[in-house]
Each structure stands twice: as structure tokens, then as C-alpha cells.
Design a protein. Sequence first.
Length: 343
Amino acid sequence: MRETSASTDETRTGPGRSSRSSGAERRDRLALASAGVPFRLKVALVWAGIFGALGFFFWLAAFDNAWILDRVDFIAKGLTFTIGMALGGIILAMVLALIGALGRLSRNPIAFGLSGFYTSFFRGTPLIVQLFLFYLALPQIVSNLTTKFEFLPPGLDDLFTRTSFEIGILVLGLNYGAYMTEIFRAGIQSVSHGQAEAADALGMTYPQKMKRVVLPQAFRVIIPPTGNEFIAMMKDTALVSFLGVALAQAEIFRRAQLAGTREAHPLEALITAAALYWALTAIFTFFQARLERKVGKGYVRGGDTGGRRTRIISLSGQGGQGGDLPLDIDEDVPGPEMPAQGH
């Protein structure tokens, strides 16, 4: 009876075990076949599948492709103002971030307090609110001040009445500068204290120490997140359109909004704007990656052998047995010179 039950159990478990083993074998064969395919080719196939799916849904939505092709030039003319606004804003943001970071690291209570208030206010309020405050409220406040205080010049309110493009540069710079203050502060603090102490030992003043020793090393840490902030700022330029930008200074989103509303093609206009923003982001991401590699030369750890080649050396054991072992030998850079013997 025991033998009969054992054979019955084997009969029951046999097919299950064989199916599991065959499934594992199939997975192993698939993994082995996949290992021979380059990684970049796999990624390209994934992207091709994604674009294929997007193209299918695009076809199902039945968008007016003729209208998109006809109006893409009109919408793309806003690229000049989008890039110009972002460039002006990121330059202002970098200057403010450097000043704010030095203030946050300062032991002067006035500098520390001002930088703390600046970062707290502009990081604690929405960007769209800041845009309306500077565009609408600031001229009115200055006008009330000139009315109340007669010693102020009468045309001061005109000085603070700016176009939407100028307000966009100013507010984007102020807002992103507050966030980048912490980036600059972290970059400055990443420099070893021994570097600053060595500069002090050489008799350098504080500006000389920051200019010649600390900041050149800090920018290696600062540049990558600054590039990300610039890319994000280009997309945030679309918020300036809510201020009522004139067509002559309209960026991508404003032009898409005007064209889509006037000709009753809002979805096609928004898709065109999204594609332009996406292409713009891809281009600047590519250049940012190249800049990071250039700035990070000499600091990259691991993965980069700096042009070194691996030589295969055959090490034979006793009786001719042994194998070829890869040894990491730098063939381009000579070894250290040995000191000469004697005097």
C-alpha cells in the first residue's frame, strides 16, 4: 500500500515539477538570448513601442493634422521669447542664488536675515501669485507712495510698470534664485575646509579665496542641478501668458492658446505646444549632459577608465594548466619612475 501511495504521489507531482522546470528553462533561454542584444537596442525598441502606441491613439483621436502642420510655424515663433525669457531668468537667478548662499553662510546677522527672508518668501508663495503681485500690485503700491510722499519723483510708478516679458524675467529669476540658493550653498559647503584653510594660510582675502579656490570647485557640484532648473524654467515661462502677453512678445503657450481659441482647434494647438516644449527639453538635456561630463573630468569615480585598456595575459600553472586572466593595466600612462641609486 505504501508503494502504491508513493507512486501515486509521484504521478501527481511529476507533471507539476516538469512544467515548472520547463518554465524555468524557457526563462533561462530568454535571458540568455536577451543578454546578446545591446542595451541601447533594447531601449530603442521600448521607445519605438511607446511611439507606436502614441501614434495609434493619435490616429484614433482623429486630430486635424493638416491644421497642425499649417500652424506649427506660427506657434514655433514663440521659441525666441521662451528661450530668451528663460535665459534672462536663469542669469538673474544665478546671481541672486550666489548672493543668497553667501548670506546664508555669513555670520553677519543682517546678511543672514535678508537671505533667509528672501528664500522663505519666494519659496513659500506660488509662482503665479508672484507674477500677478509684480505685474499688478507693484505699480499701484509705488503710485500710492508717490502720492503720499511728495518728495518722491512723480514718474517713479512708470519705472515699475513693465511689460509681461520683463516681469516674467524678473519673477522667474527671483523665484528660481530662492530655490537655487540652497544649491549654491550646498556646492560651496561641498568644498573641503582644508582648501579654505590653505587659502587663508597663503594670505588670501575672502573675495580672493572664494574667486580662486572655493567657487571654481563648487561649480562642479552646482552646474548639474542648475541645468535642471533652467529646463524647468523654460516650461514655467508658460505661466506668463496669464498676464495677458501681446502677440509680438508671446511665447509658445500663448501663441498656441490664441491660435487654438480663434480657429476652434484647442487640442491640436496644445499638442503642438507640448511637442515643442518636449523637443526643447530634449535638446537642452543633451547639451546639459555634455557640459556635466566636461566639468566632471578628473572627478568621476568608477566606470571611467580614462582611456585605459585591459590587456589579457596568459598565466599558466603547473603542467601547462591555467587560463587567460584579464589584468587592468594602463598601457598609455607610464608607471612611476624609480629613484636613481646613489648620488
